[in-house]
Design a binder for this molecule. Sequence first.
Ligand code: BGC
Length: 611
Amino acid sequence: MGTVKATDRIWLDARLDVEKRVDLLLEEMTLVEKAGQLHMSANVQPVRDREQLLRGGVGASLYASGATGGNVRDEGLMVTAINECQRVAVDESRLGIPVLFGRDVIHGHRTVFPIPLGLSAAWDEDLARRCCHLAAQEASYDGVAWTFAPMMDVSEEPRWGRVAESLGESPVLAGRLAAAMVEGFQGDADHHGRAGSIAACAKHFCGYGMVQGGRDYDTVTVGENTLRNLHLRPFRAAVEHGVASVMAAFNDIDGVPMHAHRRLLREVLKDEWGFDGVVVADWNGVGQLVVQGVAEDLRDAARQAMLAGLDLDMVSGSYGRYLPDLVESGEVPLEMVDDAVRRVLRMKMRAGVFERPYTPEGHSVGAPGRSARALAREAATASMVLIKNDGILPLHENVGRIHLAGPFVEEGDALLGTWVLDGKGEDVVSPATAFRDRIPAADLIVSDGRFSDLGVSMVRDSDVTVALVGEHRSRSGEDRCISTLKLPAGQMEVLEEMAAIGKPLVVVVFTGRPLELGRVLELASAVVVAWHPGVEAGPAVADLLLGRTSPSGRLPMTFPRSVGHIPSSSLERPTGRRVNRDDDRKLGRYLNALVFPELTFGYGLTYTSFE
Ligand code: BGC
């Protein structure tokens, strides 16, 4: 079969209705080409994978960024030249179907905003929409057509590292923000597919926030009521707002892995909700069906996933390799494969990939400019939650000498948060830089980041100490689970010593999750939860402490008293026995401890009082 001449490729005519264009294209496709559209590879290469591209064997590829691949951060990965690959796919292959390039643009592209859990603490749909819109503009400039975001797994499990990527424990808040984020990435229905927008992905469908013990990739057991009323809600909102794709979760539900979950993928998501976009696998999720013990081998895994309604494979290679044979042997109906291909082609057309397969060369997104920084600062400020203030904040001009201490004083990269592929530590304004810009040198002591005896001695030489503590960004995110909610090793001890000196102590906690803060709240005069704030970390913290801005964030997730209190959240249903909240002598439910959360969902103070 020869190449279809460009003039005969009527499906390229953007004036035709998308469904019509897809019909025309589907009629031309061989079974092998169809299977190719359902395969996503990691970092497709123009030379190494030329044959596969020529065969139409690469429907999508993940991780490329930059027209010529120049800005891929991880040097361990091979660099994908987007345009060179597209030239083979579009200009040389038989049907000329462009590759769909996806990338994890989770909380900003080059301009890094607060982690999603922080953005959620702002409770501001419009802000979330604007951040995602800017991220989409930057990412599309770098050739990215699709992001694997927003993540909307509802979770009350702070040990799970991925709560940093989530929108917190409330299905309602997560649903509203997810819908706004989808619109920010994709544009509203009239703008989806225009230059500067990218396709979004609601992930991870579903129940991932309930992994046992907060251990990533673990199993899930859940009843229908909890699933429908809590965990499916944000996904439904995203689908109603036209999200282009939905990603299957790594976990099983009651023994059925999500990548083979016909009832939830095909019957609920597609049939009941009418989702007409792409259901995409997570990384080797189809391959993992073998490890999860439900598929005999990779061929069987492909069969089960396709029957379940999983449209696009991510990197297992199973669809490209086995689907043609599975159809020919009658194990998978052709109509199912056609429907999956239709969804992938529809998504590419809606996202404008057929119209704009190429990325302008010669430049990539540079360091954040003024307006990008203004938005990043607005978001970082809005995300911060004041959880205690005995009146020390805001720090007044006559407060005397401020001592800035802690491991994050001079940090940039550590404050970007999890899942940052294109952002750079050098773009971050550190807390020390921001304070130096705002406070006369004579009134500021900055101790080194070691948070040691030296820092403790400087408490004596100052009038107030601002201690910046918490988690490095590498302590949260995928596969970053912890069995304790305590501050990282050593930090609490230094805070104890500092507080013992008797001068006022302000504690700022950078974190990707709720931590155990009871003792910190006892020791400090004021405490701010600042999450991982992104490129404007320093200015946002400094302005907030100095009263140039006012705190407005509220916790999107409960902070339990200790790890032994988990689960502890607003998702609890009433029991038949109430606990008396007012009577401390009756501890209730635990013999040795109060049962109520340290900080409840929605908690957050500001500098003024309301009547
Ligand atoms: C994660 C997804 C992510 C994918 C691609 C997986 O390990 O679970 O959230 O989108 O990798 O990077």
